[in-house]
Design a protein around this ligand. Structure first.
Ligand code: NAI
Length: 328
């Protein structure tokens, strides 16, 4: 039998945690042949709730679940971790300034980055889900100088999946026929879902749709503001779909993307497509042998350029703000 892979989930007692842990333990994260150990990190007042979730995990009798550890100490929770899912974050509350939000999250992601640096396994892969995800990933990464920078990623896969679903609705094509969707930039309202390189049953998606008004006034804002629409409808933010996207992100990073397709991941920029180096920005990537590569050579038209630049500018401003707070 294989040695278990250690997966750490922060914010384990939250709503995404509740939707995520059972999918990990059932084998959907890493595959049906890989046993997992779960380390749950929570703040002290939420430990009891995390224990309740762990009891339910026990009660599923998942054959692949090799053990569960619950802690409020990052050093313990990230000890030997191979996959770190950083879900717990400080949400923006009424009247909170951006600086306060970034500072509060710095207080979470800086120590967690340091604990990953000091205690995680050499092959650790990190996905930041907690918002502001791209900038939280930047903070964690800069607190982990001994971990290769490319192991710190942030989640735009939910945006990617939302874009697939919206394009499928518009065209009537099943999502399984759609490939090469791209989310560029920040996981925020400035993100840019790009269908100019997407394909529907092998044909260019933008040409197939051929509806610029829909693209600019319906598709892009619907995808970008979907999180707010879910809150409006459910009275709570996306949880199961966010957990699903986190599973997709790690699964594809570790196990690879299908031939001829790609996915969207927010990753440290290498300067590709004019995105300043080091910003954690969403790109189209292919994954193989446990590593991702940015898809190169895509032609970026003016419509796309303007939107990519606007989202990247926002990321640069967030980086400046956390720099001035001494967080990176
Ligand atoms: P939630 O509020 O239900 O759960 C968050 C949990 O994190 C709580 O149990 C809290 O105790 C815990 N937590 C807070 N500080 C912590 C710390 N320092 N260490 C460990 N745990 C800590 O929130 P929910 O709905 O599960 O969402 C979590 C985050 O994911 C939010 O920041 C949300 O904005 C973000 N999100 C990101 C998405 C994306 O596409 N990137 C999509 C949906 C949500």
């Amino acid at each position: 039998t294989r040695t278990p892979v250690t997966v750490t989930v922060t914010g384990a007692a939250g709503q995404i945690g509740y939707a995520l842990l059972f999918r990990i333990a059932s084998g959907q994260l890493l595959g049906p042949d890989v046993p997992v150990r779960l380390n749950l990190l929570e703040i002290t007042p939420a430990l009891k709730a995390a224990e309740g979730t762990a009891m339910e995990l026990d009660d599923c009798a998942f054959p692949l679940l090799a053990g569960i550890d619950i802690s409020d100490d990052p050093a313990r929770a990230f000890d030997g971790t191979n996959v770190a899912l950083l879900v717990g974050a400080r949400p923006r509350t009424k009247g909170m300034e951006r600086g306060d939000l970034l500072e509060a999250n710095g207080g979470i992601f800086k120590p967690q980055g340091k604990a990953i640096n000091d205690h995680a396994a050499d092959d650790v892969r990190v996905l930041v889900v907690g918002n502001p995800a791209n900038t939280n990933a930047l903070i964690a990464r800069s607190a982990a100088p001994d971990v290769p920078a490319e192991r710190f990623t942030a989640m735009t896969r939910l945006d990617h999946n939302r874009a697939l679903s919206q394009l499928s609705r518009k065209t009537g094509a099943p999502v399984s026929d759609i490939r090469r969707m791209t989310i560029w930039g920040n996981h925020s309202a400035t993100q840019y879902p790009d269908i100019f390189h997407a394909e529907i049953a092998g044909k260019n998606a933008a040409e197939t749709v051929s509806d610029d008004t829909w693209l600019a006034e319906d598709f892009i804002p619907t995808v970008a503001k979907r999180g707010a629409a879910i809150i409006e409808a459910r009275g709570a933010s996306s949880a199961a779909s966010a957990a699903n996207a986190a599973v997709d992100h790690i699964h594809d990073w570790v196990r690879g993307t299908p031939d001829g397709d790609w996915v969207s991941m927010a990753i440290p920029s290498d300067g590709s497509y004019g995105v300043p180096e080091g910003l954690i920005s969403s790109f189209p990537v292919t994954c193989a042998d446990g590593a991702y590569r940015i898809v190169q050579g895509l032609e970026i038209n003016d419509f796309s350029r303007t939107r990519i630049d606007a989202s990247v500018r926002e990321l640069a401003e967030e980086r400046e703000a956390v720099r001035s707070l001494g967080l990176v």
